[in-house]
Design a protein around this ligand. Structure first.
Ligand code: GTP
Ligand code: ZN
Length: 359
């Protein structure tokens, strides 16, 4: 019926519920559970969950490795929350901020066997909500009745897996730029309620290409406030300059701050870097992969603009491979070196050594 929530709307609702600290219900073939982002737990919510059973804390295998806890489910670990643990305990398992000062001590009661599908989706939703990748999960036979009684969103695991990936252009206008009067900005909105992304088109790039293109991931610190910790700001300026000099091209500004972990998590990663961890180690200690970006977005935007082949400005061979994997031909990789400073030398060297970037 037309008034029913679509799958995309239901997933967006569950994601925002976790984001604001509310409880949602996940339902799978093996049962259902109440879930809550670890970051959003409050004493009230914790005691409400406890009145219904023993909550489990799902963390990624990266976070488990830092805590020296076994990840029996391969990509994640499910720990029982001890009866005397408070919200501070839960936050310390999820958040490495205080790992060095107050190391978490095991032994942790890690569950083995059984089904981790609900936990896996709960972590995926936390990541999509740009929260720490850790969730409280309380499997419960009456979870659906509780959802009805408390007006909670119910999401099927199958629905989460099926959410349609679709981006459509919602607005476009001429924007004269410092580098070229022939600028145009197009705004793309994803079907799944996540952030919008922008295309900056200069001149009239000939479709289907090859078009001189740059996929730039948002970096508030580098792009907006001139941080010296990375090379993003100067790369952004250099890419626009190159396109303007060539007369035509496209820069995609993708809202995948912090390689897809969001600004709050990136600042958590920076705080860990202040403790001596490098950019990759910091992501892992937080429980993330070193790169959480979804490269379908850039490819779909290019295709939506009629572009299927590019001369890609990047120093990251993985970006080239990911674009090719998504059906965009990269006829040439154009090196983009700008903004090397003493402050970002270690960061760039780490990306070269661990993530395969070309210096
Ligand atoms: N998680 C995390 N993200 C960072 C850090 N430093 C910069 N970033 C993010 O990294 C991304 C940089 O992306 P890009 O410059 O587009 O991509 P790249 O993979 O380095 O490849 P290039 O095309 O060669 O620049 C931005 O989203 C930044 O916010 C960091 O220390 N930790
Ligand atoms: Zn940056």
């Amino acid at each position: 019926m037309g008034l029913d929530l679509t799958i995309a709307e239901r997933v967006a609702r569950a994601r925002s519920d976790l984001r604001i600290g509310a409880v949602a219900v996940l339902r799978g073939p093996g049962g259902a559970a109440l879930v809550l982002a670890a970051e959003g737990v409050t004493p009230d919510r914790l005691s409400a969950l406890r009145s219904l059973g023993t909550p489990e804390l799902a963390i990624t295998s990266w976070r488990a490795e830092t805590l020296h806890a076994p990840a029996y489910d391969d990509d994640l670990a499910r720990m029982l929350v001890p009866g005397d643990a408070d919200c501070g305990w839960i936050r310390s398992v999820a958040d490495p901020a205080r790992d060095l000062d107050y190391p978490m001590k095991g032994p942790f009661q890690v569950l083995r066997g059984g089904d981790a599908a609900l936990h896996r989706t709960a972590i995926a939703l936390c990541k999509e909500a740009r929260l720490l990748p850790a969730a409280l999960v309380l499997p419960h036979a009456d979870a659906e009745a509780l959802a009805r009684a408390h007006d909670l969103t119910v999401l099927d695991l199958a629905q989460h897996a099926l959410v349609p990936f679709g981006l459509r252009e919602v607005a476009a206008a001429r924007v004269p730029l410092g580098v070229s009067k022939l600028g145009r900005v197009r705004v793309f909105r994803p079907a799944d309620g996540s952030e919008e992304h922008y295309a900056v088109e200069i001149g009239s790039p000939a479709r289907p290409g090859p078009v001189l293109a740059r996929l730039h991931s948002a970096c508030f610190t580098g792009d907006v406030i001139g941080s010296l910790k990375c090379d993003c700001g100067p790369q952004l300026a250099a890419a626009l300059d190159r396109i303007a000099t060539a007369g035509a091209g496209i820069l995609l500004y993708l809202n995948q701050e912090g390689r897809g972990i969001g600004l709050a998590n990136k600042m958590r990663a920076y705080a860990l870097q202040d403790q001596g961890f490098d950019t990759v180690e910091a992501n892992h200690r937080l429980g993330f992969e070193d790169d959480e970006r979804d490269f379908r977005i850039g490819a779909e935007m290019l295709k939506a603009m009629g572009v299927t082949s590019v001369r890609l400005m990047t120093n990251n061979p993985a970006k080239v491979a990911r674009m090719e994997g998504q059906g965009v031909r990269v006829v040439e990789r154009v090196a983009l070196k700008a903004g090397h400073t003493p402050e970002n030398a270690h960061y760039l060297a780490t990306k070269a050594r661990k993530s395969g970037h070309l210096l």
